[in-house]
Ligand binder design. Structure first.
Ligand SMILES: [Zn+2]
Length: 313
C-alpha cells in the first residue's frame, strides 16, 4: 500500500455546532424577502476543506442581509470517525451519502439514508445550493454543474475555477445536487458541486474559501464586504466547459492504465488506448477527449468509475 497523502491543515472541532435547526444544521433567516441559500460541507466525511469554510463562517457569525442562509455538515458521523491511519475510510459510514437521493422513499437502513432524511427538508427549501467536495487524487479544481444550462450559467457567474464539468451524475445513484427541483429543467433552483482539489491539501481550503465567497456574494444574500476579503483569489482569464459523454467503469477491478494520467488531461487523437480492462483496450472515442477526474492511477474495486470522458464545448 502506498503511504497516505499528508494532511496540510488542521481539522476543525465541529462538536460545538451540534445544536441547530437540526443536528449540525444552522438556519439564519434575515426576515427580509430573498432567496434561501444553502452551503453544505462533509457530504463525504473526509472532504474537510469545505468544513473549514463553514466552521469559519459560523464562527464569524455571518448573517444574511436578505433571504435565508443554511449551513450543513452532512455526513458528520463519518467525519467524527476520522482516523488518520485510515483517512480514506471516513468518506462514509455505511454507504455514499451522495448516491441515496433517488431512494429516500425506501426504508432508511443506513446511517447515510437516515441523515439524508434529516438534511432533505433544508435541501428542498434551498433556491441555491453549494455542495463543497474534494478529491481522492491530486488534480485541478472542478465545478460540477449538472446537466442543465442554468448550472453552467451559475458556474460562470461564480467565475472560478477554470474547469466547469457538465454532467448527469452517476449510474450508482442520485446526488444531492441533482435532487428534486435542482434537476428539473422547469425550475429556477440551482445547485453547484465544487471539487476543491485533493482532500487534505492546503490549496483545497483556499479554493473552498474563494468559491464560497463568490457563490454567497453572487446570490445577493450577503455583500462581499461581509465576507473575509482575503478569501477571494484572482479570477481566471477564462473558464472552459467540459460536457461529460462517457463514464468508464472497471468490470472486475482489473484496469491497467498505459501510463499515469493528470486530471483534465486532453488526449488529442480518437482511438488512443488509455489502458486495458480485463485485457480489453479502453480507447478515447473522439479527438480532444478530456479525462475528467481519472482514478486510473490506483487500484480500484469492481464497478468503480476509472475515468469520465468529456468534450470541450
Ligand atoms: Zn465528495
Amino acid at each position: 500500500m502506498p503511504e497516505n497523502p499528508p494532511i496540510e491543515y488542521d481539522f476543525p472541532d465541529l462538536r460545538r455546532w451540534e445544536k441547530g435547526a437540526a443536528p449540525y444544521i444552522h438556519v439564519f433567516d434575515s426576515g427580509v424577502p430573498g432567496p434561501t441559500v444553502m452551503v453544505a460541507a462533509l457530504t463525504h466525511g473526509n472532504e474537510v476543506s469545505g468544513a473549514v469554510v463553514v466552521d469559519s463562517l459560523l464562527e464569524r457569525g455571518l448573517r444574511p442581509r436578505q433571504g435565508t442562509l443554511i449551513f450543513s455538515f452532512n455526513n458528520i458521523e463519518a467525519y467524527l470517525g476520522f482516523d488518520p491511519k485510515h483517512p480514506f475510510k471516513s468518506r462514509m459510514v455505511n454507504e455514499d451519502f451522495n448516491r441515496v437521493w433517488a431512494r429516500l422513499d425506501q426504508p432508511a437502513n443506513t446511517q447515510e439514508m437516515k441523515r439524508a432524511l434529516v438534511v432533505r427538508p433544508f435541501v428542498e427549501q434551498a433556491d441555491y445550493l453549494l455542495d463543497l467536495h474534494s478529491m481522492h487524487d491530486d488534480g485541478v479544481p472542478l465545478m460540477l454543474c449538472g446537466p442543465l444550462d442554468r448550472g453552467v450559467e451559475w458556474a460562470q457567474r461564480v467565475g472560478t475555477p477554470v474547469d466547469i464539468v457538465r454532467d448527469r451524475g452517476h449510474a450508482a445513484g442520485k446526488r444531492m445536487r441533482d435532487y428534486g427541483a435542482f434537476g428539473d429543467p422547469a425550475s429556477n433552483k440551482t445547485a453547484l458541486l465544487i471539487e476543491t482539489g485533493q482532500h487534505w491539501r492546503a490549496s483545497s481550503v483556499a479554493v473552498a474559501k474563494d468559491v464560497t465567497f463568490r457563490f454567497l456574494a453572487a446570490t445577493g444574500i450577503v455583500e462581499a464586504s461581509d465576507l473575509p476579503a482575503d478569501w477571494r483569489q484572482s479570477t481566471p482569464e477564462r473558464q472552459r466547459v467540459v460536457q461529460v459523454s462517457h463514464a468508464i467503469a472497471t468490470k472486475r477491478g482489473n484496469f491497467t492504465p498505459v501510463r499515469r494520467f493528470a486530471g483534465q488531461e486532453v488526449i488529442a487523437k480518437a482511438g488512443t488506448v488509455l489502458g486495458h480492462d480485463d485485457g480489453e483496450p479502453v480507447t478515447t472515442p473522439y479527438d480532444d477527449c478530456v479525462l475528467v477526474m481519472p482514478a486510473v492511477n490506483r487500484p480500484l474495486r469492481a464497478g468503480v468509475t476509472v475515468v469520465r470522458l468529456g468534450r470541450l464545448l
